[in-house]
Design a protein around this ligand. Structure first.
Ligand SMILES: [Zn+2]
Length: 176
């Protein structure tokens, strides 16, 4: 798990990482500035994306879940009505922690680049709603447990785990 700046050997994207992420996404991965979480096998699980894409588009989702196995498991969670259940938890301490997660997310992104159009906008519905578990889980995987309470809970509930590799054989795709 890594948050900005992405200057550790583990978080700096290699050409091979970009090839794997492109295979995961099914399109060329662009604007990737860091690998903020990896599978136990080393494949990228969460990619960090530039707050302003090269074409000028503001991009709020700093942490993007790229692993197809993780994405599928989180989609299943969303489909089974977990979001309203998690949203009901947003009172008292959990609400406060979720607000702190929102602020941490903004601080991470603004540390890379402040984008005026995104001022105060984080991701996943933070700080008051639960809108996208993919974004919240991606935040938890990048920041580590204890930062995003809803992302942490969603990760616990998911059938996918960062400790178990479910990757396809990326050796077969893209340049090594
Ligand atoms: Zn793996």
């Amino acid at each position: 798990m890594t948050t900005p700046p992405f200057d550790t050997p583990d978080s700096i994207p290699t050409a091979r990482d970009i090839a794997i992420v492109s295979a995961q996404l099914g399109r060329p991965a662009r604007n990737v500035i860091g690998i903020s979480a990896r599978c136990v096998c080393g494949a990228p699980t969460v990619v960090a994306t530039k707050p302003r894409l090269e074409d000028g588009t503001p991009f709020p989702t700093l942490y993007y879940l790229s692993s197809p196995a993780a994405t599928a498991a989180v989609s299943t969670l969303e489909a089974t009505g977990v979001m309203p259940e998690l949203a009901e938890l947003l009172v008292d301490d959990v609400r406060d922690a979720y607000l702190a997660a929102h602020e941490a997310y903004l601080a991470d992104r603004n540390g890379i680049e402040f984008v005026e159009e995104l001022d105060g906008i984080s991701a996943g519905g933070m700080p008051t709603r639960v809108k996208c578990l993919h974004a919240l889980v991606a935040h938890s995987l990048s920041a580590g447990a204890g930062v995003n309470p809803i992302g942490d809970l969603a990760l616990e509930r998911a059938t996918w785990s960062p400790d178990v590799c479910e990757c396809v054989d990326y050796e077969l795709v893209g340049p090594a």
